[in-house]
Unconditional design. Sequence first.
Length: 128
Amino acid sequence: MPVSDINHYNLRGSMAQLESLRDWYRDAVGLTVGDRPAFRFRGFWLYANGRPILHLSEAPPEESHPIPGSGTFDHVAFTCHDFAGMQARLDAMKVGYRVAQVPATGTRQIFLQDPAGNGVELNFEKAA
């Protein structure tokens, strides 16, 4: 059966890291913190349009993670709306970013990094 959609992605770290990531994805990107099943480990689920698309999972102390960018993961991309509103939100929070435009489609993109150094891409379709 072919893949039809992305379900979610997961970031792991200490609870202090997860709390920082939770707050950043809520405040900067606009995801909503929501319900999460009672797993054996702590964490958070963040939602977009009623779907839990970002899972934050507590890693045990002995688990190590490479420095962001040292593996093959580059970024996660979100479909977004209200380009000007997002720029204003990021500017107010003093979050650094760069803007790009996709040739031919006119899609505008905002590229930034979360507090753990993971790449984030925000895509805004060209208005019709």
